[in-house]
Design a protein around this ligand. Structure first.
Ligand code: FRU
Length: 493
């Protein structure tokens, strides 16, 4: 026992000295597959983003966390804060399992007017988290509340939990809550199976408003977006971050008008959630990049996608959601370079002298002036490995082919994409050490992919087959590592 205590004391000292000096330990966030500018926990398993809320100048990210292993297990809420949704500081675990069960997914809101009464003696406002208490069979899935009077640093579970007991169904989880101004009430969408919508004046007394028998989902999200930035607004219901419906919402019932449409054409974007109380009215979400479990990682498992700004736009085929990388990412660019118009000759491969393992590249092709049957980029090349991001012109498909990507994680995924009104196809890629996010035509389609190339597979090339391709412009930026040196606090301290 004494030896164990000494060991723990040494570990604690290492933690404190690193924190006190403000320096990250050498090798910190430097494993072969460690994301350099995406969120991942220092150690252990994470899945869904939870409790996304902006409050008093900070963006909060809570997340499904199993601190004791690299596989899914008893869930906690891990916690991090950021000034810009890109550069994160880890904070201690926010919510631990208790007698009602483990802490599954949910959301957080700012109770600005103290509707809950939780903040009467502490300044009149604060953060409220709504989450699922679960762990079958002894703990049925039911909805509970916790609140924080100190900007999310510590949490008190509401003594009256659960606030919504299980209604006699197996799946009843993942509450997403927001303030619905027209009816002046809080609204909760909650599912796990059929979508249920509740309302509340105070975040603790909830009334069932509707059940949608045909909408089956985990991690629902429901929000209103302007169409083409104008006065017309429509509601978007996200199903697990995999599909979305566009429709109407009257405070009680969601009525679909279009969809389901795919959110993302890659396999690794899941359980997306949007931030509450954004200071500037943007709607931004982040998804769990699942699919890590087959990788050879041993320290951490799971990471988040880049934050994406959501808008609704009208296309010839109808109103669709567009996802664009948030503008804040530009602040994390390192050295950049741009190239002007280049003709990629048929069958040639242009080695551009660029490359790396964490970078952004935007390639704009004049598709209607190109004769090539296929053109695009290959990234993370080396040791016989490469991942192709290309466009098949006659089929009108943007695709990612990672059959040779490395690490035994293969797959070819494609998205339908016709050239824009000016005949262009734009491939905007964010490459990190083990992931690739492709935004086609400024986010009309996206493909999110994990991949596991060797550490030194860092080559990049442009290619064209079956004819020439016109590249109007190319922009390339290395991305800065966002992990340290900075005052990190380990989630396990
Ligand atoms: C989605 C999900 C949620 C659940 C959580 C548990 O990935 O299954 O429905 O709340 O994960 O970790």
């Amino acid at each position: 026992m004494q030896r164990v205590l000494t060991f723990l004391a040494v570990i604690a000292c290492i933690g404190i000295s690193r924190f006190a000096s403000g320096q990250a330990a050498p090798g910190y966030y430097d494993e072969t597959y460690r994301p350099q500018y995406h969120f991942s926990a220092e150690t252990s398993w994470i899945n869904d983003p939870n409790g996304l809320v902006h409050y008093q100048g900070e963006y909060h990210l809570f997340y499904q966390y199993h601190p004791l292993g690299i596989a899914w297990g008893p869930m906690h809420w891990g916690h991090a804060v950021s000034p810009d949704m890109v550069q994160w500081t880890h904070l201690p675990i926010a919510l631990y399992p208790d007698a009602l069960g483990d802490i599954w997914s949910g959301s957080a809101v700012v109770d600005e007017n103290n509707t809950s009464g939780f903040f009467t003696h502490t300044g009149g406002s604060g953060l409220v988290a709504l989450f699922t208490h679960a762990n079958a069979p002894q703990h049925p899935q039911q909805q509970s509340v916790a609140y924080s009077t100190d900007r999310g640093r510590t949490w008190t579970k509401y003594p009256g939990n659960p606030v919504i007991p299980n209604p006699g169904v197996a799946d009843f989880r993942d509450p997403k809550v927001f303030w619905h101004a027209p009816t002046a009430r809080w609204v909760m969408v909650v599912a796990g199976g059929q979508l249920r919508i509740y309302s509340s004046p105070n975040l603790t007394n909830w009334t069932l408003e509707s059940i949608a028998p045909t909408i089956d989902t985990e991690c629902p999200d429901l929000f209103e977006l302007a169409v083409d930035g104008g006065a017309t607004k429509k509601w978007v219901l996200s199903k697990s971050g995999r599909e979305y419906l566009v429709g109407r919402f009257d405070g009680r019932t969601f009525t679909p008008e279009g969809g389901p449409y795919p959110v993302d054409y890659g396999p690794d974007f899941y359980a997306a959630q949007s931030w509450s109380h954004m200071p500037d009215g943007r709607r931004v979400w982040i998804g769990w990049m699942r699919g890590d479990a087959g990788s050879k990682q041993t320290v951490f498992m799971g990471r988040m996608s880049l934050p994406r700004e959501l808008t609704l736009r009208t296309f010839p085929e109808g109103v669709r959601m567009v996802q664009a990388p948030i503008a804040e990412l530009q602040g994390h660019r390192a050295a950049g370079t741009a190239r002007g118009t280049t003709i990629l000759r048929s069958g040639t491969r242009t080695v551009s002298g660029l490359g790396g393992d964490s970078f952004e590249i935007r390639a704009e092709f004049q598709a209607n002036a190109s004769t090539a049957s296929e053109f695009g980029l290959r990234v993370r090349m080396g040791n016989g490995q490469y991942t192709t991001v290309g466009y098949r012109r006659t089929a009108a498909r943007l695709f990612v082919d990672k059959d040779h990507g490395g690490g035994g994680y293969t797959g070819v995924h494609e998205a339908p994409l016709v050239p824009d009104g000016n005949g262009r196809i734009v491939m905007h890629l964010y490459v990190d050490r083990s992931s690739l996010e492709v935004f086609g035509n400024d986010g009309k389609v996206t493909l999110t992919e994990l991949s596991y190339p060797d550490r030194d597979s860092v080559g990049l090339e442009l290619y064209s087959v079956g004819g020439d391709a016109t590249l109007n412009a190319l922009q390339f930026f290395r991305m800065k590592k966002v992990w340290g040196p900075s005052p990190f606090i380990t989630g396990l301290s």
